[in-house]
Write a protein that binds this ligand. Sequence first.
Ligand code: DGL
Length: 264
Amino acid sequence: MKHTSISLVGVFDSGLGGLSVVRALKMALPHTSFVYFGDTGRFPYGTKSTATVRRYSMENTSFLLSKGAEVIVVGCNTATSVALDTLCKKFPLPIFGVIEPAAKKAASLTKNGRIGVIGTIRTIKSQSYNKAIERLLPEACVFSTAAPLLVSLIEDGSPSHTITRDIVREYLRPLKMQKIDTLLLGCTHYSLLRNLIQEEIGDAVSIIDPADSIAEALCETLSFSQKDNPKYQFFASDDPTRFKKVGELFLGMKMEAISIGGVL
Ligand code: DGL
């Protein structure tokens, strides 16, 4: 059964990457309001322990609830990998993670069953993509590799630097050798590198961005109220100026104002 008339969706990430999720959601749900929290003050999550990412994720969810969010989207693969179950048990509202919908898409798209995943150290260690894909397609071969340097390059606003291309090429080399036909961008920050990654992995490989899959999952499961003037609120736990500058690249639109927010 569909939940009725959601008017405010809450999204969080460790920083800016989750704005790629808001961008996709906004296209799918143009009449819905969003409240976003980027935990820039405690970024990155990908190198932190499971316990720490869980604690941060609970605090972020409480913060978004305090702003009136009626559904939470964990716009971070790392947090989804290690904290989604805990959040779903603790909070009495619909909570979506980015992994399951993207894994579903990969399982349905692959032709040779050879799927690559790139993500943060924590996401890759958790094997959450491997498990989700193998549940859906037991004969699949999943090859995953951590690509930790990419997040900092993106967050620093250097996605088109030549160094970024060299690093992408190095990270993709083992996956290329495995003859994958589908590549999952297992970190919401990587959206900004999608074209570069496609150039390096080659046109024969289909790229899946979890931002697109989560938008489909939300629309299938929930129904949303239709407002003429949807509102977008942005909160960060550190330096709103930098958040705005790089964040607009992820979001694909101007951000009016960014407020400091976070732990209550
Ligand atoms: N955007 C986050 C993800 O999807 C990771 C960035 C970080 O390491 O904090 O995993």
